[in-house]
Design a protein around this ligand. Sequence first.
Ligand SMILES: NC(=O)c1ccc[n+]([C@@H]2O[C@H](COP(=O)([O-])OP(=O)(O)OC[C@H]3O[C@@H](n4cnc5c(N)ncnc54)[C@H](OP(=O)(O)O)[C@@H]3O)[C@@H](O)[C@H]2O)c1
Length: 372
Amino acid sequence: MASLPEIQAMKRALELAFLGRKAAFPNPMVGAVILDSSGNIVGEGFHEKCGAPHAEIAALSEAGAAASSGTIVVSLEPCCHYGRTGPCTDAIISAGIRRVVIAMRDPHPNVSGKGITQLESSGIEVETNVLFDEAESLNRVYLHYLRTSRSWITLKMALSIDGRTAAKDGSSRWLSCEESRKHVHRMRGSVQAVMTGGGTVRDDDPRLTSRGSDDPGEQQPARIIVSATGDLGNSRKIFENPGRVIIAVPENVAGSLQKFQSEFGADVWEFPADFSGYGFNLTLLLERTASEGFGEILCECGRGLATMLLRKQLVNTLSVFTTPMILGGEGLPAFEELGIDSMDDSIKLENVRSSLLGTDTHLEGELVYRID
Ligand SMILES: NC(=O)c1ccc[n+]([C@@H]2O[C@H](COP(=O)([O-])OP(=O)(O)OC[C@H]3O[C@@H](n4cnc5c(N)ncnc54)[C@H](OP(=O)(O)O)[C@@H]3O)[C@@H](O)[C@H]2O)c1
């Protein structure tokens, strides 16, 4: 069983791990804390970005000789293979660590329990599943990627209390209060990419940048526009603001987007036209985004793209800001038909978090799809 100082050290390791949120992907976020034989913290580290030293190595190097006979508390099973860096298990063994406390096994096929076996066969005591739920939730994007090879999609929507995303005329500006808007800017600042559909680009000409951060050097998320027609109307702001812009379209319309490539340096990603005759397969897009290093994508779109993503079960988190306003049946609904005929078919949210933001209610949770 883990001791109280080890549990506290694990909480700290999870906090440290979170610091790698923007750059660790496709690697997991990992934090590590070294306790000496009296239970004092003598070293800390986290995995800052892909290719950088692993958390265990950073913590061991901070601890130096003080790690000998100590305990390493780490939020994920240490690796035991040669990747971009050497195996962490070897470094732990040579540092003279006596006990290893781990939050969860790493399901990566190169590790998957082998790290634990190697440590145990070297005579090191190993304790696992300490704050497992917290560690699993922290690394949901990495775990999802291992399972599916896709990016994690957080679909954000601002709704009236009657579930409308825009008024009848298509206007949706300021459908949420100032506090909610600030929160959305923070959400944009914490992901690698923001995605939207051609409809929103034509109607709203949005920037989709993260604004209001205290960090003047903040890197803007990439913006991905999904379009079946390649018609982006008179939109300019998304291209004129800093950050990479990607336009994802079916092959047959890519030619019409050359001006966005030459004038604004936008990237055009082409996908085979979908067999249904509409657009392209969004699963292929999310595999490509993951392979380009976009672990989590914030999707801020209208009902067209939101519906397509939901139908394909590609939305992982739903993040809804509800504002005290009624737009009536003539307003635009959040989704089109989803094939839900009864309560049994409904898509539910789990792990629901809710809070008040100014005059709005913010509700967020992970989607649970029915498996037929
Ligand atoms: N309240 C909110 O949170 C919120 C947020 C954003 C937007 N809005 C409002 O939503 C309205 C726009 O709604 P919308 O449904 O037109 O916009 P949308 O969902 O942003 O875009 C829909 C478009 O996405 C593209 N698309 C969807 N699935 C595709 C696929 N499989 N392959 C290729 N392209 C695909 C198509 O683009 P093309 O048409 O270019 O082919 C489609 O028309 C506006 O009034 C806007 O103000 C509200």
